[in-house]
Write a protein that binds this ligand. Structure first.
Ligand SMILES: [Zn+2]
Length: 175
């Protein structure tokens, strides 16, 4: 059965939307599909703000982005020095969107908020030089004995790191 189209929906630029929501469901947002692009952000700032190895974002034109409900629940942290603003749900803390002063026409939304396709696959990597050295990069895994469901990376080959001058070298085994 075809859905009734509301006047608001018929005015949208795209016929297809993708809806995202925070963990508690208070804030719901949507973008017109397809998004502009999607990428993995390995910057230290995004890693810290989102509490993950790296953040995966979907970039949308601001004009194609809407908050559907819970706008009053959206808290915003502005980092004037970095020229960024990060918004999150005041109730559950889910990161909602990330704005940058250098591209004011764009809104960047964590890919994980969306349960459906956004029209772009995250095939780009930004700030790789800031990547955390503990990021999982697909190393081979094996089951951890006695802990069903837990996989373990094989021990890495010992890397020896040299510290100090050429004459008095102290060697520290890499942990
Ligand atoms: Zn929430």
């Amino acid at each position: 059965m075809p859905k009734a189209i509301s006047p608001q929906k018929s005015a949208k630029a795209s016929a297809i939307q993708s809806e995202g929501r925070c963990v508690c469901g208070a804030v719901r947002l949507e973008i017109d599909v397809p998004a502009v692009w999607a990428w993995h952000d390995h910057s230290a700032a995004s890693r810290h703000a989102q509490g993950c190895a790296y953040a995966t974002y979907v970039g949308s034109w601001r004009s194609r982005f809407r908050i559907l409900s819970g706008a009053e629940q959206v808290s915003r942290f502005e980092d004037k020095e970095a020229g960024t603003a990060r918004s999150f749900c005041a109730t559950c803390g889910t990161p909602l969107f990330y704005e940058r002063a250098r591209s004011p026409e764009m809104v960047n939304i964590p890919r994980a908020l969306f349960a459906t396709r956004t029209g772009r696959e995250p095939r780009y990597h930004m700030h790789l030089h800031e990547q955390a050295d503990w990021t999982y990069l697909g190393q081979p895994l094996s089951p951890l004995k006695g802990y069903p469901g837990v996989m373990r990376e094989r021990p890495r080959r010992k890397v020896r790191r040299e510290v100090g001058s050429a004459s008095g070298v102290t060697v520290i085994p890499h942990q």
